[in-house]
Design a binder for this molecule. Structure first.
Ligand code: ATR
Length: 285
């Protein structure tokens, strides 16, 4: 296990006193992990809420060993990112409904020694769309593009928000069919998913590769388009492509990242941080 950034609690027990306060330790584990924004986000949450916590990055190698080592050393909670979200789910003994629906976990903690896991990605996406962006999900037609872990992670919370229709479209039809069956929704092919969508969400890794034209332009016309990937300037390939093809409006996933972090923070600490300033600060860099 490699600490990718210095942890001020290194070598201390979790119950070490700093003045009058106990400092609890959290971390995000992934591979690669160097560019994770989670420590910065959680530090800002801690400063804003006055919670006495530290948050570091761990470059994961052997997931279970790394996680067990972190908790055995007194760690209070972990976030989990690629490629370990399925391992995180397997690690959990007590799995929240959000993790079961996603088949994956991004938030870990112990409850009286029991390994608990949940998944805050879907809640983060919903909150970013509805609260930060002011989009309505209820009674709207939503197209979700992709059928990997990112998409599965958000299907449950999206459905719970009662859209008029939720359709999953994927390059490999069989994967879309599998998800559609699991969640009782309709699958479509990428080449012809239909049009007239209120919201189109990109959950494919194609956005990362810089390919903007996954879809026919008619699919995004007048739709609110959300990319689950992010760039600090908001200009992901999908968001830029949708904007150039008459989308109603576009957003990248930086808000989702901040909101899923806020959700984890409130599960761990019982306090929900205000996210507006944190999101603004991340954009400003
Ligand atoms: P993740 O867990 O991050 O979602 P994944 O399981 O590898 O990663 O899924 C990646 C998603 O991006 C899939 O929906 C994939 O489509 P396939 O199921 O057909 O592979 C999609 N994807 C990746 N590259 C793509 C491309 N160039 N065009 C269209 N879809 C692409």
């Amino acid at each position: 296990m490699t600490q990718a950034n210095p942890d001020p609690n290194e070598g201390r027990t979790p119950q070490d006193q700093r003045g009058d306060s106990v400092v609890d330790r959290y971390a995000v584990i992934g591979n690669p992990i160097e560019h994770s924004l989670s420590p910065e986000i959680h530090r800002q949450f801690a400063a804003a809420t006055g919670e006495a916590v530290t948050y570091s990055k761990i470059l994961g190698g052997s997931f279970v060993e790394d996680v067990d080592e972190f908790f055995a050393a007194g760690g209070s909670g972990m976030n989990v990112t690629l490629p370990f979200k399925l391992d995180a789910f397997a690690w959990g003994e007590k799995r929240a409904a959000a993790a079961v629906q996603a088949g994956a976990a991004n938030t870990l903690y112990l409850d009286e020694g029991i390994r608990c896991c949940t998944n805050t990605d879907g809640a983060g996406l919903l909150r970013d769309m509805t609260v930060n962006l002011g989009w309505t999900v209820r009674d709207r037609r939503i197209l979700l593009v992709g059928a990997g872990g990112a998409v599965r992670g958000v299907l449950g919370p999206l459905l719970a928000a009662n859209p008029a229709e939720l359709v999953v479209a994927n390059r490999t039809r069989a994967r879309a069919d599998e998800l559609a069956e699991l969640f009782g929704i309709r699958a479509a092919v990428l080449e012809d998913p239909g049009d007239g969508w209120d919201i189109v969400i990109n959950g494919t890794s194609a956005g990362v590769d810089g390919e903007g034209s996954l879809l026919a332009p008619a699919v995004v016309r007048d739709a609110r388009c959300y990319d689950m990937f992010y760039r600090r300037d908001g200009q992901t390939p999908f968001a830029a492509w949708a904007a150039a093809h008459d989308a109603h409006s576009t957003a990248d996933g930086l808000g989702m990242l901040v909101e899923q972090a806020a959700e984890s923070f409130s599960i761990w600490r019982g306090v929900r941080p205000v996210t507006t300033d944190v999101l603004k600060a991340l954009r400003a860099v």
